[in-house]
Design a protein around this ligand. Sequence first.
Ligand SMILES: Cc1cc2nc3c(=O)[nH]c(=O)nc-3n(C[C@H](O)[C@H](O)[C@H](O)COP(=O)(O)OP(=O)(O)OC[C@H]3O[C@@H](n4cnc5c(N)ncnc54)[C@H](O)[C@@H]3O)c2cc1C
Length: 377
Amino acid sequence: MKTSHNMDLRAWNTFGMKVSCACFVEYGTVEELEELWKMRHGMSPDGLPSPFLHIGKGSNLLFTKDFPGTVFHSDIRFISVLEGAGHQYQAGVSAAEICADLAADGKMLVEAGAGVLWDDFCLWCAERGLWGPENLSGIPGEVGAAAVQNIGAYGVEAKDIIFQVKCFDCVTGRRVAFKASECGYGYRDSMFKDSAKGRYVVTSVVFTLSSVPVPRLDYGHVKEAVNAAFETAGNHTEAGLSSMLVRNVILSIRNAKLPDPAVIGSAGSFFKNPVIPRSDYERIASVARIEHGADYEVPHYDAGSGFIKVPAAWLLDQCGLKGLVAGNAGIYEKQPLVIVNLTGNASPSEILAVEAMAVKAVYEKFGVTLHPEVEHV
Ligand SMILES: Cc1cc2nc3c(=O)[nH]c(=O)nc-3n(C[C@H](O)[C@H](O)[C@H](O)COP(=O)(O)OP(=O)(O)OC[C@H]3O[C@@H](n4cnc5c(N)ncnc54)[C@H](O)[C@@H]3O)c2cc1C
């Protein structure tokens, strides 16, 4: 276990905010986490300063000021194929039976520690020809947070491949495990972010992976890009399709439109896509037809019950915000949904100012309020 005081958090948030925390604790095992729980509850002489915050790589966080309490980080890092023995997945059914059933369908369970980098896990799978997370390749952050956030990209969400999430319960001090169906998963949402926020620390995640190809290429331009990669490789048959090829295609699509946090600080998509009543959508669509021509269609998705989801990126783009520069901060030139720390020296207040500008511009033009996807701390 490593403990530091007055720790600089610049390396712990992809926005690169120069903030600090009173105490930073990194633990490497569930047993160490249990020890920390005792300290946190005053059962040990070395109490930890409150409030408490558990982070991964800080790629979905905006630190708005110095954090006055203790920041925890998991360094539980392992990836292993589960055979069944020594595990309990479901009451009344042996783990060996579950693994045997999955194996009959070419599937297997693989467990990864919460502190494993998400993309290292994706690479590990692709290197072994396993299918499951390839469309989620390149998403920053760690395995634990991926299960909290229900990360998603190119038609796949983490919940689609999660079998079980293993946690430490900060209320009871016990270890618990949840099946994916018990995690309250929704669009970029879970009970860990919502009703049970702060209660559970994810310690590891069990995934269902497939050794039989299960490509999901129907989203956006993925199929076209995969076909182009086939052409380049001189291989025109589907038999040449591997999870590594899909991973590499996804990485090149992402690299072309998203900033690399190692070069330009950001937290990815800053705003959620707003879900608005159909009448509001019709109003926006008629204004867009005046501006762009009678055949113009505003991008949208039916969200059910008379509601429509409109991409926040489109709304921001229509306000001319792509490439905005405001001091050290701004909006990414290739993707208006991404607020960036342009010079590396932006302060939290500069990022917040760009956020406020974007919200105001969209509200004034469309009457729609954008809400941040990125968690403000
Ligand atoms: C350039 C860029 C591109 C991105 N692209 C995508 C994308 O395509 N799709 C997508 O879904 N997201 C995307 N994101 C957002 C981000 O990568 C994900 O939300 C990611 O899962 C955050 O992981 P993290 O380890 O950095 O978590 P953090 O940002 O550190 O934390 C996120 C949340 O999880 C909690 N948490 C972290 N670890 C644990 C744990 N072990 N137990 C309990 N709670 C925990 C934190 O308290 C916090 O509430 C992108 C971000 C960037 C910077």
